[in-house]
Design a protein around this ligand. Structure first.
Ligand code: FE2
Length: 381
C-alpha cells in the first residue's frame, strides 16, 4: 500500500471522547539556559514573554519563562543546580520538550480514565494555590521522558502558575497563532505501541498513516501515523525509522536525543509569507529544497494557490495540494545545538494533510544537512 489512508470518519474507539481534551495548554522545554532560550523565542520567533519564575519570585530550584504567541504558550526552564531533575534531563537530552500539557475540565477524571486504561501516572491530581486561585493538574507518562500534564485553569487567574510573576515585555509578533500538530519520534518497531497508547489510553483516533513508500528518498525512510483527539484540535503524528540504505532522519534524532522525544512543533500562521519574512529577518534558519522543486511547482499546484509563487520560491516555502485544498509549510533547522527538535510553520487553505507531496523534496534537503553533520552514513563518515 502506498496511499495515505484517511480513517477520520470511523472512530477507533467505541467509548467516544472520554478525555474531553480542550486544547494544548503549553509545551515545556527543559533547557541549559532559560534566559537564552527565552531570548530566542522572544526575538527570533516573535513570542511575548508573559511570566517568570526564579530566585526573585521565591523559586530556588529553577529559572523559568513563559512566552505566548496567539494561542501558543511555550515554557523554557533551566535548573539552578545539578540535583534537580531538569539537570539530569538536560545532561542526557540537551534542550528538549519535557511536557506537552493539555487542557481538561477535570484533572481527576483525566487521570482516572487514562490510568484505568493502562496509562502510567506521573503525578496524582494535585492543587497548587496562591493569591490568584487554585491551579489543578495531574500527569501521565508518554513516549521517552515526555509527560502529558492535564491542566484545569478554571479557578486560576495568575499569569501561569504559582511562583510565576507577570512580565510585560514588548514583542514583535510574527503571527504564529496556534499549535497545529506535535510530532513524536519513537524507536524502530515502537510506532504501533504509541499509536495504541493514544487510542486506548487517551481516546484518540487515527487520522492518517504514511508508510515508507510515501516517506522515503533512497535513504532517509520513516513511517508515520497521525493520531487526533476527539474535537480534532490536537494532532500527534508518531514517527519511527524505516530501513533505508543510509541512516534514517529519525535514527539521527534518537542518537542525539538519547531517547524518543518531540521531533517538531508545527505552528500555524494566518499569513505564512509575512510570518516567514519576519522570522528570516530575525535570523531563524529554514531548510531550503532544491530549485527544481520550484520549477515544477506551477504545474503541481499553480492554479489553486492564491499566494504569489515567486514569493513562495524566494522564501523557500513548500506547497502541497489535495482534494480539500492546499497547505503552505516550511521547516526550520534544529533550534538547539543537537540535531533534534525543530519548528514547522504551516498555513492551511482547506487541506487537513501534512504535506505528503513535499516529503521527497524535503527529505532530500534534510539528508543533505544530515550528511554535512556526518550522520547519514550508518558506518560513519
Ligand atoms: Fe509537521
Amino acid at each position: 500500500m502506498a496511499e495515505a489512508t484517511q480513517t477520520q470518519t470511523r472512530p477507533m474507539t467505541e467509548e467516544g471522547d472520554f478525555l474531553q481534551l480542550q486544547a494544548v495548554d503549553h509545551l515545556h522545554f527543559y533547557v541549559g539556559n532559560a534566559k537564552h532560550a527565552m531570548y530566542y523565542w522572544w526575538k527570533g520567533l516573535g513570542f511575548k514573554p508573559v511570566a517568570y519564575s526564579g530566585l526573585e519570585t521565591g523559586n530556588r530550584q529553577y529559572a523559568s519563562y513563559v512566552l505566548e504567541s496567539g494561542k501558543i504558550r511555550i515554557v523554557v526552564s533551566a535548573p539552578y543546580g545539578p540535583s534537580h531533575e531538569m539537570a539530569g534531563h538536560h545532561l542526557t537530552h540537551g534542550d528538549g520538550v519535557k511536557v506537552i500539557a493539555l487542557q481538561v475540565r477535570d484533572v481527576e477524571q483525566a487521570h482516572r480514565e487514562t490510568t484505568a486504561r493502562g496509562g502510567q501516572s506521573a503525578w496524582a491530581p494535585r492543587e497548587e494555590t496562591d493569591e490568584h486561585g487554585v491551579l489543578r493538574t495531574s500527569a501521565i507518562r508518554a513516549y521517552g521522558e515526555v509527560l502529558h500534564v492535564f491542566v484545569d485553569r478554571s479557578d486560576y487567574e495568575g499569569p501561569f502558575a504559582p511562583t510565576y510573576k507577570a512580565l510585560d515585555y514588548a514583542a514583535d509578533d510574527a503571527g504564529l497563532a496556534a499549535v497545529d500538530h506535535i510530532v513524536g519520534n519513537v524507536q524502530l518497531g515502537q510506532m504501533e505501541h504509541w499509536v495504541n497508547f493514544y487510542h486506548r489510553v487517551m481516546g484518540f483516533r487515527q487520522l492518517l498513516h504514511f508508510d515508507d513508500k510515501d516517506i522515503s528518498t533512497e535513504y532517509s525512510a520513516l513511517m508515520s501515523k497521525v493520531m487526533e483527539n476527539g474535537n480534532g484540535r490536537i494532532k500527534f503524528p508518531i514517527n519511527e525509522p524505516a530501513d533505508g540504505k543510509k541512516k534514517s532522519q529519525i535514527e539521527e534524532y534518537l542518537d542525539f536525543y538519547y531517547s524518543p522525544g518531540v521531533q517538531h512543533l508545527a505552528l500555524s500562521s494566518g499569513d505564512i509569507i509575512e510570518t516567514v519574512t519576519q522570522l528570516k529577518a530575525n535570523g531563524i534558519e529554514f531548510l531550503r529544497v532544491p530549485d527544481t522543486y520550484y520549477e515544477m511547482l506551477p504545474e503541481r499546484v499553480g492554479d489553486v494557490v492564491k499566494e504569489p509563487l515567486d514569493k513562495i520560491n524566494e522564501l523557500g516555502i513548500l506547497v502541497d495540494r489535495d482534494d480539500e485544498g492546499y497547505l503552505l509549510q516550511i521547516f526550520s533547522r534544529p533550534i538547539q545545538d543537537r540535531p533534534t527538535s525543530f519548528i514547522e510553520v504551516i498555513q492551511r487553505r482547506g487541506s487537513r494533510g501534512f504535506g505528503k507531496g513535499n516529503f521527497k523534496a524535503l527529505f532530500e534537503a534534510l539528508e543533505a544537512e544530515q550528511n554535512l553533520r556526518g550522520n547519514l552514513d550508518p558506518y560513519g563518515g
